[in-house]
Design a protein around this ligand. Structure first.
Ligand SMILES: Nc1ncnc2c1ncn2[C@@H]1O[C@H](COP(=O)(O)OP(=O)(O)OP(=O)(O)O)[C@@H](O)[C@H]1O
Ligand SMILES: [Mg+2]
Length: 361
């Protein structure tokens, strides 16, 4: 069976959709029950002013969901301001959030408006909120509770009306238990959590996402791709997608580049542990385990048994490793594709770069 992206209602970026409806600037693609549930929650919470926290692994679409909430809210004509709390050194974060007066600290040569002021009347998206240092958390709590703050080095109290959407891929509750995150701030943020499941737990979204990205990149690169072979879709469904939708998007972009004819040609895709962000916290045990095992498998070329196999390297029985792979959702990537193509590293780097450019919005 073939899937033709052109036969679906081709929308590109021009007809924004949330699960088929026109909302927001970018469509959120997917029909799986778990993604539908996410979209329902977006619709329910958007018109309220409630604080939302979006939870999910890297690349699952947390920022996309945050924007969709803003776009579907009464604040859509007002600014959507983003701050990636992990991308800014903790010493500068306070001034990024609240602004500073001239001379507030060494290097503060001019007055600066913070993100809370910029977002007044609109939405402030606090990405990677788990990275906010403990000593700054009381000040954030105050603005969430009292809607007021002072600029660094200033005495004037500013009153703002800002809707907060936070996101994290960390276990905030665990951080509270470890006293790395204030419990009062946690409860302030945890008003309406929306959890986006990892892509490997919703393989039913793969076909639609692939069709969407093929359309999108083919249009941008002026290619005509009419056929996505069923085997290709099946193979994409089996990949563990540790980088979730962003990784899939990058793979499809490469595939479109590689496809000289009307059929989508897939590059070989490798299972790679995601590059870790610099972080003071320990990741979840399962995440560490998955990344580590994926790396060993990659090194052993997916040879599991035998003296040089991954099980021996890990010092466990072959059958134990096999059941771990099942539990962690790891499976062997396709070997082959176009042999001259060195997959993996370069597309990941290309993907990171474009992400980094958008990181501090
Ligand atoms: N359901 C979806 N439909 C269409 N595009 C999606 C979907 N989910 C994610 N994407 C795309 O995947 C990429 C990653 O999404 P996004 O930046 O929102 O993820 P994230 O969870 O914020 O990632 P990170 O934790 O790394 O910051 C974006 O290009 C986004 O447009
Ligand atoms: Mg993000």
């Amino acid at each position: 069976m073939m899937h033709s992206p052109r036969s679906s209602n081709h929308s590109g970026d021009s007809i924004p959709r949330i699960g088929g409806e026109r909302v927001g600037a970018r469509p959120i693609i997917g029909e799986s029950p778990s993604l539908r549930h996410v979209l329902e929650q977006v619709e329910i919470v958007a018109p309220t002013d409630a604080t939302v926290i979006v939870l999910g692994e890297t690349g699952t679409g947390k920022e996309l969901v945050a924007r969709a909430i803003h776009d579907a809210s009464g604040r859509s004509q007002r600014p959507f301001i983003k701050l990636n709390c992990a991308a800014i050194p903790s010493t500068l974060l306070e001034s990024e959030l609240f602004g500073h007066e001239r001379g507030a600290f060494t290097g503060a040569v001019a007055q600066r408006i913070g993100r809370f002021e910029l977002a007044d009347g609109g939405t402030l998206f606090l990405d990677e909120v788990g990275e906010i240092p403990l000593e700054l958390q009381p000040k954030l709590l105050r603005v969430l509770q009292e809607h007021e703050f002072e600029r660094v080095g200033g005495t004037h109290t500013f009153k703002v009306d800002v809707r907060i959407i936070a996101a994290t891929n960390r276990d905030l509750r665990g951080m509270v238990a470890a006293q790395r995150f204030r419990d009062d701030l946690y409860y302030r943020l945890n008003v309406f959590p929306i959890a986006i499941p990892p892509l490997r737990e919703r393989p039913d979204d793969i076909d639609a996402l692939v069709g969407h990205f093929v359309d999108h990149f083919a249009l941008r690169m002026n290619r005509q791709i009419d056929v996505i072979p069923r085997e290709t879709l099946d193979e994409l469904r089996r990949h563990p997608w540790l980088g979730n939708v962003r990784e899939l998007e990058n793979v499809i972009q490469r595939a479109v580049i590689l496809s000289t004819g009307a059929r989508l040609t897939l590059p070989p895709i490798r299972v790679e542990p995601m590059p870790q962000r610099p972080s003071k916290e320990v990741e979840t045990l399962e995440g560490v385990e998955r990344a580590f095992i994926a790396q060993i498998l990659d090194e052993t070329n997916w040879v599991i048994g035998g003296p040089r196999g991954a099980a021996a390297r890990l010092g466990i029985k072959r059958t134990t490793l096999q059941s771990m792979l099942k539990r962690l959702g790891l499976s062997r990537p396709r070997v082959g594709g176009s042999p001259e193509f060195n997959a993996g590293r370069s597309y990941r780097e290309a993907g990171r770069t474009s992400e980094e450019n958008r990181a501090v919005g």
